[in-house]
Design a protein around this ligand. Sequence first.
Ligand SMILES: [Cu+2]
Length: 139
Amino acid sequence: MVNIRVLKIGVLLAILLVGVVGCGTNETTATSTVKLQSIQEQYKADFEVTPAVPGVNTYKVTITDGKNQISSGKEAVLTFEMLNMKHGKSEKVLTLKKDGTWEAEGPHIMMPGSWQASLHWTENEGQAHVFTYNFEIEN
Ligand SMILES: [Cu+2]
């Protein structure tokens, strides 16, 4: 009984620590597809941008849990911004596909340069997670 309680406190502390530390970040340079992964707690969120050019792109998100099973969750929203520029953030609500992954398309990456996308994902139990990705888009 005591052991279970200690374990629960440990898990709670881990969640709090992740909350304080904040977003995970990855970096890469664009080729024809940007492929990045960000990890929050037991969740891995894979993010793909194709064809990774200024203009209309397709965004794909796949979230897997600690057992490597796809975890679709309830809601997934992407925001896009350039940290060194002042033209603001755009937002895109993703659509859940039958296989449990998320997808959307749009002209959110409208110029070459350094971009940051944030995935705001809500799991089935309602807890929200933010995954962050940094990448370069070339002309
Ligand atoms: Cu810009």
